[in-house]
Design a protein around this ligand. Structure first.
Ligand code: PAF
Length: 286
């Protein structure tokens, strides 16, 4: 596996692959890889001849006071896992490489960025849109693979691709879960053993609402109430939001339409750890 740390080397490698007529897939990550990331790499392989994984803990998507400094990092382990999963190249630039002195540009995706995560994490999606743009320009992919776990992020990236005319196909991969339902996340390592057990409440809440939806419940407030009832089982949980919204526009009508695709979203804090999760459901046709 190629290990690349500069944008110039990355662009040269990507250009060589393109000249040989090879299709490139990129899997952007912030490292500390787990099975969720590895499943993205394996899925990328099904869409392209060349898989480039990127590893960059992007400071501009963390708000002040968030966990940028303590975000888990283990480059040697990531390098090994990435190679084992079949990545052809790992692009792991430094902060100075991505944001050199004098850097001033920011990419903002309006609208879809402003709700939910955008409301609770000031500037987060500007940071994501900016770094994803830079990673696309460095890796020159035909395909980009993102996880459904960050559903709103996939919508922001979809809008970014459309608005900036990136000639890139977006592939969204299913969330990989622990056997008890907890969505895999690099941040799960922050959880104490007790919090780790309590964290399963997020998925149970999503499932409760998804079952109501599958049974024909179309009232948004009822779907949210179904999630909140389960989330209350863990008093230590500090809820940022539990919401039900149109899966693509994130609009929140009082009553969803039959057949509408809805996303159920939860974000909450347990001690020092902020967790997010979601589930998509198509409401039954009447
Ligand atoms: O989902 C992530 O890990 C990050 O937001 C991403 C897409 C790698 C951008 O830093």
């Amino acid at each position: 596996m190629e290990f690349i740390t500069t944008v110039q080397q990355m662009q040269r490698y990507a250009e060589q692959q393109r000249c040989r007529g090879r299709r490139i897939a990129v899997v952007p990550t912030m490292g500390y890889l787990h099975e969720g990331h590895l499943s993205l790499i394996r899925l990328a392989r099904q869409h392209a001849e060349v898989v480039i994984t990127t590893l960059f803990v992007n400071p501009t998507q963390f708000a002040p006071g968030e966990d940028y400094e303590r975000y888990p990092r283990d480059l040697e382990r990531d390098r090994r896992l990435c190679a084992e999963a079949g990545s052809d190249a790992l692009f792991a630039p430094s902060v100075e490489e991505m944001y050199p002195g004098g850097y001033t540009t920011r990419v903002s995706v309006l609208g879809i960025s402003q709700k939910f995560e955008g409301q609770f994490r000031a500037g987060h999606f500007d940071g994501v849109a900016t770094i994803v743009t830079k990673l696309f320009l460095a890796t020159k992919p035909h395909v980009a693979v993102f996880g459904q776990k960050d559903w709103q992020q996939t919508l922001v990236v979809r809008q970014l691709i459309r608005d900036l005319n990136f000639d890139i196909e977006l592939v969204v991969a299913p969330t990989v879960r622990e056997p008890d339902g907890l969505a895999m996340s690099s941040r799960n390592v922050y959880l104490s053993p007790q919090e780790r057990q309590q964290a399963t409440v997020l998925y149970r809440a999503l499932r409760a609402a998804a079952e109501r939806a599958a049974a024909g419940e179309r009232r948004r407030r009822e779907l949210v109430a179904a999630m909140e009832a389960v989330l209350r089982e863990v008093p230590a949980l500090v809820l940022d939001y539990a919401a039900a919204a149109d899966a693509y526009t994130l609009e929140e009508p009082e009553l969803f339409a039959p057949g509408q695709e809805v996303v159920l979203l939860v974000a909450a804090r347990l001690g020092q750890t902020r967790l997010i999760d979601n589930e998509r459901v198509r409401l039954p046709e009447e």
